[in-house]
Design a protein around this ligand. Structure first.
Ligand code: SAH
Length: 278
């Protein structure tokens, strides 16, 4: 079917709505109470002067964000049709609305100071969004976001659970993670196939004392061979078992280690591996 809204002359009126595009992960939230609860979880903790919403779509969160006086709201959406719609419905957003891909956005170009992030995120790029947050963690003290439930659970998962993995350890190393609530698929148009979960990330006041790159390497090596005991999963670092064994990690699997354990293990690797530059 022809997409009526994709012409250059498209001028939305109140009856028109943005047509959901699957490849952009568009599922529009219809429930105003849930929208308000998401925004409240954000405003309760937002201490920055600016907020950035990723993927506003038809502005279900944006309208509540724009009511706030304590911060200025910016928004980025990749979908031209949403941008046109938003400009029409929220003229005050005009100069703070970016058409583009969040993953390619140079955050330093837009924000000179810390800012907070919010969004019902496109599920196809959720892990990439979080990795970008971790990369820019010193500029992003707060994030409230909706993810596919299974992904939301990974961020907040504890050791020894099925959901616990790379995303859990790396996120929790830099942020306090709260799983706030689950959202049913029925409150979206079109409904996604799975439930959603809203999480909040608050930047830790003090970081673990560990070089980030090495922590990432060790965590990835551990979980890339999830089923293997760590002495095998970490073989690339060439550490003798005599050194690994007394730590108690040798016979464990990655999923059994807490974030603090990974920090300890990373130091062990740094001090004893002959495959990395010291
Ligand atoms: N927040 C709205 C829309 C959620 S759907 C609501 O809750 O109803 C996800 C939104 O993210 C869509 O508007 C889609 O166009 C946008 N989007 C998808 N990929 C994006 C990207 N890479 N960068 C920015 N926005 C993106």
């Amino acid at each position: 079917m022809k997409n009526l809204f994709h012409t250059e002359n498209f001028k939305p009126d109140k009856k028109n709505i943005v047509r959901a595009k699957k490849h952009l992960g568009q599922h529009f939230l219809k429930d105003e109470t849930i929208a308000l609860n998401i925004v409240k979880a954000f405003t309760d903790e937002c201490k920055t002067k600016s907020a950035l919403e990723i993927g506003p779509g038809m502005g279900v969160l944006t309208k509540y964000l724009l009511e706030q006086k304590t911060f200025e709201t910016y928004a980025i959406d990749i979908d031209k049709e949403s941008i046109v719609w938003l400009k029409e419905h929220f003229p005050s957003l005009e100069n703070k609305l970016i058409e583009g891909d969040f993953l390619n956005l140079n955050l330093g170009d837009i924000f000179k100071e810390p800012f907070s992030l919010i969004g019902n995120f496109p599920y196809n790029i959720s892990s990439q969004i979080v990795f970008k947050i971790i990369e820019n963690k010193n500029q992003i003290p707060l994030m409230v976001g909706m993810f596919q439930k299974e992904v939301a659970e990974r961020f907040s998962a504890n050791p020894c659970s099925k959901a616990y993995g790379i995303l859990s350890v790396l996120t929790q190393a830099y942020y306090h993670v709260e799983y706030l609530f689950t959202v049913s698929e029925t409150v979206f148009d079109p409904p996604p196939k799975v439930k959603s979960g809203v999480i909040r990330l608050k930047r830790r006041e003090t970081d673990f004392d560990v070089p980030e790159k090495m922590l990432f390497k060790v965590v990835k090596a551990g979980f890339n061979q999830r089923r293997k005991k760590l002495r095998n999963a970490l073989s690339q670092f060439n550490i003798s078992d005599e050194i690994l064994k007394p730590s108690g990690f040798s016979d464990k699997r990655a999923e059994e280690l807490s974030v603090q354990d990974f920090v300890t293990l990373t130091h062990l690797v740094i001090n004893n591996s002959d495959t990395i530059g010291k």
